[in-house]
Each structure stands twice: as structure tokens, then as C-alpha cells.
Write a protein that binds this ligand. Structure first.
Ligand code: 5AD
Ligand code: SF4
Length: 477
């Protein structure tokens, strides 16, 4: 099957066997070193960026463990360090270069240490050129399309002794069935589609993640069934624009239908998804969220800007009014739903009036929380060539005013749950006090309460005692 031509993601059996072969070869190699030096080898995977990358990292760590590495979160004690990078904003890139510089010194002290880089940054030719020239100590470089080849690339490095670079520019084939190592035993991300066709003018994602391709529903359901039999209670369905799920399949199949199929899986308790696009969010999807008790009470609906003029320049395909009427419709059908968003300030040409429109939407839409970003110029995107880039001091001032408005609005809105008793999936011991645990309600809001770690991974009822801004303090009932 020609996967590129079909524009849907299928799995190739030959490719899976090939990777299993290289995993075995690497395992022998690592076993020999382990015996030679008399200690286990450690691997550390560092993830930058979004949930898509977090899921990729679980797959990468799964392969590394299969090869024989033990996991560590400390780079300085690792024999294999892998940076899974993000390039959505320039800051993300700068952080990677900074960390890489420090790693050079760590590597000098450990003759067995290997450094690998993958992810979105590696899909930019300038970045790869810079690493090839100025960071020669990096051993393996690959991109977003061939993460499943990790073992093969490592084996090439082991046998050649020189830097291995392999970047693909689209999805030629995908191997989904390799071992993964989940961060949480009870929840998991699941890729339902890859790539993006939206081309928002500020965004680099379509260039580094390629064209949109949907996975077959049967393969997705099979993967989730397997996860559930392995203890997973909550899945996060991942795609750059889940509304267009199914468009590249040979038959009619919508995202709402996919939710329906996944909801039938016995033992699965919660379904989340990320991210829908406001331009084509269907009524069918709103009803699927409303009518399906397993689909969580939360929708992340990126606004980006409240100004219709800027939204047009951003190529978002909706106006301020259309966005607000969508929010209205969602709230009418699902009154208790939690709505969150992403907002960019300082897009080229943004005026005070445009910015006031953004503040107006924040106040009217009543978000439970918002991720706020300063516009970052990404080379190769249409917005990078736009005139009227906004001066830094003006952007910073708007950013601060936006943060203030977001926190005022969301604090008073989130308070509406106070006094209620809601189901909480317990995720972890509390960071600040080990006699507390932290969990998530279906509305995605965190709650901290006193309990021992035996409740981790379970759904429990919690009374929401007090709203503390973005989170709650509660009592288990
Ligand atoms: N500058 C700032 N923020 C950006 N985002 C995407 N591209 C840029 C950029 N060039 C933000 C958007 C998106 C989120 C994942 O990152 O808000 O929804
Ligand atoms: Fe995720 Fe985009 Fe960053 Fe890639 S560039 S990690 S897709 S946010």
C-alpha cells in the first residue's frame, strides 16, 4: 500500500519486523557493554512541547527500555540522553541549545554516553545544519516522522561510530505496535491523526508535522482496548485538528462517530481530546460530548485572537462573533462544561483596538483557564514576512494585562464548582505535602486532598471545599 498516496496512516508489517530486528541487535550490544562495565546503562528522555511530543516520548522510552536501558530522569547520570524538541516558539529552541551546551561537559566525563535529538526542531534544515556544524558531539538526529526507527538509527551509530542523521519530510510509513513506556499506568495519549492542513499564518506545525492523515478507526479502537486491558482508565485522543478526523479515510467517518465507538470500550472510564478548531466544530460533536457520559466535561477551544481583523490575517476562518456564538451554543447544550483556550498577543499589526477585542472575548466566554503566548516569529511562516511587527514593550504590556484579565475571569468562574461533590481520577502524591494527593476532575481542574497513595489511579468522590484560583482543595467523601 502506498501510504502517502492514500493519505491515511496504515501500518506496515515488514517495517515492524525490521524494527524488532534492530531492537534485538541493539539489545545484544547494550548487554555486552553492561557486562563489560558491570553496571546497567541509563537512558533519559527529555520532552519539550505539547502532548503530541509527550506521547512520542513514551514510545521512544518504550524502545529504549526494550533495548536494555534503565530509565532515569537525571541527565547527568544517563548514558543515553534524548531531547524530543519543540519549535512552536523561539524560546523552545533557545532552551534546547542552552541545555545541549551543558550536556557537552557531561558527555566528556562518560565514554559510554550518547546524545540524540528528535522532534519538531529537527524538521527545520537550518537547525540540523547548526547541530551538524556546532554540536558535533550529538550522535543521532532524527525528526517527527521516523521516531519508530530509533533502534535502527542507534544501531547505525553503534556500528558506524559516527553521527547519524535521518530526517524524513513526510509520513512514509508508521509502525505503531512497538513497546511504549507510559508515564502514568492509568492514563494515556492516543494519536488519532498526524499532521495539520490548517496553515494558520503564525504556525510552524504544518511544516514540521506534515499533511493531515487519519488513522483507521479500527486500529485506534484496538490500541485503546489494549491500553484498557493494561490498566488505562482515561485516554487523551491527540490530533492537531480533531474536527477534521476521518477526512483522509476512504469512507465517511467523523470524529463524533469515533468518540461513539471508543465510548463502547468496556472498562474505559474517561475520554479527552485535543484539539478541536472553532472553524468547523460540528453540532454532532457537541451532542457527542453532551450525550456520552465517558467524554469529559471539558473543551479546549483555541481563540488565538478576539479581533476578526486579526483572525483573518491569522487564517483562522472564523470571526469574533462566530466564535462567541459557538461558545454560546456549547454552553446552552452543556451548561456545566469547562472551556479553556490558547491566546496569542502581539501578532503582526495588532492594535490596541484588536487587543481590546481579545479582552472582550475573554470576559464574555468565561474561560476556566487560558494558555497565553507572546507571538514568536517563525521563519518560513507567512506571518514572519508581515510588516508591522509589534514593539516588544507594547507586547509585554498587553501580555500582562491579558494575564490579569484571564485570572480575574477564570477565578470567579471556576468558583462555581465550590461545595459540589465530583469524581476525581487521582494522579499523584501532592508535590508540596506527601500526605495529600492530586487528581483531576472531568472538567480538567485539579483538586488536592488528604489521602494516601493507595488511591492513585482510582476514581473517587471528592467534596470541593475551597477554590484557590486555578485549583481546588477538597475532602474525600
Ligand atoms: N507564536 C506564539 N504562539 C504560538 N502558538 C503557535 N504558534 C505560535 C507562535 N508563532 C500557540 C498557539 C497554539 C499553541 C499550541 O501555541 O496559541 O494554539
Ligand atoms: Fe507540539 Fe507543535 Fe511543538 Fe511540535 S512544534 S512539539 S507539534 S507544539
Amino acid at each position: 500500500m502506498d501510504i502517502n498516496k492514500d493519505n491515511k496512516v496504515g501500518e506496515s508489517k515488514g517495517a515492524l519486523e525490521r524494527q524488532l530486528y534492530f531492537i534485538e541487535k541493539c539489545r545484544e550490544y547494550i548487554k555486552n557493554i553492561t557486562e563489560e562495565i558491570g553496571r546497567p546503562l541509563y537512558a533519559c528522555v527529555q520532552t519539550f512541547g505539547c502532548q503530541m511530543n509527550a506521547r512520542d516520548s513514551e514510545k521512544l522510552l518504550g524502545i529504549l527500555k526494550e533495548i536494555g536501558y534503565q530509565e532515569t530522569d537525571k541527565e547527568e547520570e544517563a548514558d543515553f540522553v534524548l531531547y524530543n524538541t519543540c519549535t512552536v516558539r523561539e524560546n523552545a529552541n533557545l532552551r534546547v541549545y542552552g541545555r545541549l551546551g551543558q550536556l557537552r561537559n557531561v558527555k566528556k566525563k562518560n565514554p559510554y554516553m550518547l546524545i540524540a535529538m528528535c522532534g519538531c526542531m529537527m524538521q527545520e534544515p537550518d537547525v540540523v545544519e547548526k547541530i551538524r556544524k556546532s554540536y558535533k558531539f550529538v550522535d543521532v538526529i532524527f525528526g517527527t516522522f521516523n521516531i519508530f526507527q530509533l533502534a535502527e538509527l542507534m544501531y547505525n551509530r553503534f556500528t558506524s561510530g559516527s553521527q547519524v542523521i535521518d530526517i524524513w519530510d513526510n509520513t512514509k510509513e508508521v509502525v505503531e505496535e512497538l513497546p511504549t513506556s507510559r508515564k502514568y499506568p492509568f492514563k494515556s495519549g492516543v494519536n488519532i491523526m498526524y499532521g495539520c492542513n490548517n496553515f494558520c499564518t503564525y504556525c510552524i506545525v504544518p511544516y514540521v508535522r506534515g499533511r493531515e492523515k487519519s488513522r483507521e478507526p479500527k486500529e485506534i479502537v484496538r490500541e485503546i482496548e489494549k491500553l484498557v486491558s493494561d490498566g488505562v482508565k482515561e485516554v487523551m485522543l491527540l490530533g492537531q485538528n480533531v474536527n477534521s478526523y476521518g477526512k483522509t479515510l476512504d469512507y465517511e467517518f467523523t470524529f463524533a462517530q469515533l468518540l461513539g465507538e471508543i465510548a463502547k470500550i468496556e472498562g474505559l472510564e474517561r475520554i479527552r481530546f485535543m484539539t478541536p478548531h472553532p472553524k468547523d466544530l460540528s453540532d454532532e460533536l457537541i451532542y457527542a460530548i453532551r450525550d456520552n457520559s465517558k467524554v469529559c466535561n471539558h473543551i479546549h477551544l483555541p481563540l488565538q485572537s478576539g479581533s476578526s481583523r486579526l483572525l483573518k490575517l491569522m487564517n483562522r476562518n472564523y470571526t469574533k462573533e462566530q466564535y462567541l456564538s459557538l461558545v454560546d451554543k456549547i454552553r446552552k447544550e452543556i451548561p456545566d462544561i469547562s472551556i479553556t483556550t490558547d491566546i496569542i498577543v502581539g501578532f503582526p499589526g495588532e492594535t490596541e483596538e484588536d487587543f481590546q477585542d481579545t479582552l472582550d472575548v475573554v470576559r464574555t466566554a468565561k474561560y476556566d483557564s487560558a494558555y497565553t503566548f507572546i507571538y514568536s516569529k517563525r521563519t518560513g511562516t507567512p506571518a514572519a514576512k508581515m510588516e508591522n511587527q509589534v514593539p516588544e514593550d507594547i507586547v509585554k504590556d498587553r501580555f500582562n494585562r491579558l494575564l490579569e484579565t484571564v485570572s480575574q475571569v477564570s477565578h470567579s468562574h471556576i468558583k462555581r464548582y465550590e461545595g459540589k461533590e465530583l469524581d476525581v481520577l487521582v494522579e499523584d502524591v501532592d508535590d508540596h505535602d506527601a500526605s495529600y494527593v492530586t487528581g483531576r476532575m472531568t472538567n480538567n481542574i485539579l483538586v488536592h486532598f488528604k489521602a494516601d497513595r493507595s488511591v492513585i489511579g482510582k476514581v473517587v468522590k471528592v467534596h470541593l471545599d475551597e477554590c484557590k484560583g486555578f485549583y481546588y482543595m477538597g475532602t474525600i467523601v
